[in-house]
Design a protein around this ligand. Structure first.
Ligand SMILES: Nc1ncnc2c1ncn2[C@@H]1O[C@H](COP(=O)(O)OP(=O)(O)O)[C@@H](O)[C@H]1O
Ligand SMILES: [Mg+2]
Length: 222
């Protein structure tokens, strides 16, 4: 007598992460081969683009590895470096019609996963780009702020885009909520989860026609 087995209980997102990881590795190997190709030697512009693509895949790979091997590892992170390191990536991600401005003064370090924070900032920058189809300005600034009890670092990611309606703003952090045709709706939900796990808070200030500012507050290290 044949028996019909129930489908294997699988964590689909873990499987997905695993499979994406494989493709990232393949793409990385292809990039490495390309970067060694003699035909590239004549073009610094192509070399720079390839380096950027490699850097992005590298980051994606790091996130996948971290998500497989437990929580992101927290480290003392200096925000000035952390942002400068991302400048080129942010410019590529937002495209030529968006002006990217980064402002960091002397701010204390924060204890957080550097790759994780950079991933949040990239997600916020991509949201900003999507909200500025005709171009605009993306400003990311970090400053020291007074927290409820101890000093905090405030990071503001602001755009001059469409802004959000009250209804969108109310649901923006909801997992899988998206107003975009192909949107996954996990960017802000993931950002909130990550920032809160690091002991911080995240908030949005937005109204139609007035752009959007996402504020992250993180405890400063003593
Ligand atoms: N900077 C922004 N400007 C305007 N609307 C935004 C911005 N960031 C997020 N949103 C709104 O919040 C929704 C959820 O964002 P997110 O969680 O990143 O998912 P996704 O980008 O996949 O739609 C977006 O679909 C959009 O409606
Ligand atoms: Mg998004």
């Amino acid at each position: 007598m044949s028996e019909i087995l129930p489908p294997l209980a699988q964590d689909t997102s873990a499987v997905l992460v695993h499979d994406i990881g494989n493709y990232i590795q393949i793409a990385m190997s292809a990039m490495r081969l390309m970067s060694r190709d003699d035909r590239l030697a004549g073009s610094t512009a192509l070399g720079a683009m390839l380096a950027q693509a490699e850097d992005s895949l590298d980051r994606a790979g790091a996130l996948i590895r971290l998500s497989r091997h437990g929580p992101l590892i927290e480290e003392e992170t200096e925000l000035g470096n952390c942002l400068t390191e991302m400048a080129t990536l942010l410019r590529y991600a937002t495209g030529p019609s968006v002006t990217v401005r980064l402002h960091t003064g002397l701010v204390p370090r924060v204890r957080i996963s550097r790759v994780g924070l950079q991933n949040v900032l990239l997600n916020l920058a991509i949201n900003a780009r999507d909200a500025m189809p005709a171009g605009g300005i993306l400003t990311i600034s970090a400053l020291l702020a007074d927290g409820p009890s101890t000093p905090e670092v405030e990071i503001v990611v602001a755009d001059t885009g469409t802004g959000m309606s009250g209804e969108t703003l109310a649901r923006a952090f909801e997992p899988r909520f998206s107003t975009k045709p192909a949107g996954g709706g996990m960017g802000l939900a993931g950002a909130r989860q990550f920032i809160e796990a690091a002991g911080g808070r995240i908030g949005i200030d937005s109204s139609p026609g007035h752009g959007t500012a996402v504020t992250l507050r993180l405890p400063a290290t003593a």
